[in-house]
Design a binder for this molecule. Structure first.
Ligand code: BTN
Length: 260
């Protein structure tokens, strides 16, 4: 990616500084180090390839050269935003969905809490990491990986959930810089609505597997099976159990899978 062109596409967004790398270990690592060195809110790390990309729950995330989007946005949350730290990943998911809806008329869905799907396959992943100094929150890194070209998609045998890419579904090539700019614009938009009714409604409207049977596995807990019923006013997933009882599940280290 040419940095000057990239900067011109991002003009007008509240991004005080940008670091671009043709190749890096992980943009999240770079962003976390940058926070320690005093990066301001809105600073951005973008890479065309990652050699040590990280996913959720300690998984690996592969970013092949120029085939995907891999970036990390640094945020210094306000006092009010600190009450909603768990919603920074759905914030990223909402921004990705909205940008692909508006740019290409696609219909992405959010696999609760934050994977973004196209045609029921994973197209983007989000890794939010928080930087603490003693017990003081220093900043939040919103790391996003989007499969753009078909060769960015890992084979089914290498992933927990089958994947796809934007260009595969769209059937044509796109400009990654425009999509990056659109996602960032969406992040700043939804950030202003973090934890509001509009935020949860936007999330619920894009919820994947509505009314389908899924199993949710909370870390250390017993699996819960139910139909996806929605998102409540506090951002919890509502599951309708076989008994008819509706159970709310909080955002955390959960794993949701479809029941065959
Ligand atoms: C997941 O679905 O497991 C989350 C994947 C997050 C990948 C992105 S790519 C940019 C940023 N840098 C990383 O090392 N990870 C995130």
């Amino acid at each position: 990616m040419d940095v000057q062109t990239l900067k011109s596409r991002l003009a007008g967004l509240p991004i005080p500084d940008l670091r671009y790398f043709e190749e890096i270990g992980s943009t999240n690592d770079e962003a976390l180090t940058w926070i320690e060195k005093g990066a301001q809110d809105g600073c951005l790390v973008v890479a065309d390839a990652q050699t040590a990309g990280r996913g959720r729950l300690g998984r690996r995330w592969v970013t092949r050269p120029r085939a995907a989007l891999a970036f990390s946005l640094i945020m210094r949350p306000s006092q009010a935003e600190r009450a909603h730290l768990g919603f920074f990943s759905p914030l990223g998911a909402l921004a990705i969905c909205q940008s692909l809806e508006e740019q290409f008329g696609l219909h992405p869905a959010i696999k609760w809490p934050n994977d973004v799907l196209l045609e029921r396959r994973k197209m983007a992943g989000i890794l939010v990491e928080v930087s603490w100094l003693n017990d003081q929150l220093q900043g939040v890194v919103l790391g996003i990986g989007v499969n753009i070209a078909s060769n960015s998609v890992p084979p089914d045998s290498e992933v927990m959930f089958p994947a796809t890419s934007v260009e595969h579904v769209l059937g044509r090539a796109i400009d990654r810089r425009d999509t990056l700019a659109a996602i960032l614009k969406g992040i700043f938009h939804w950030r202003g609505l973090l934890g509001s009714q509009a935020f949860f409604q936007g999330w619920e409207e894009r919820l994947a597997f509505k009314d389908e049977w899924v199993q949710v596995q909370e870390t250390g807990g017993a699996p819960l099976t139910g139909q996806v019923a929605g998102i409540d006013a506090t951002g919890q997933l509502l599951l309708r159990l076989a008994s008819g009882q509706v159970k709310a599940v909080s955002v955390g280290d959960v794993h949701l899978r479809l029941v065959e």
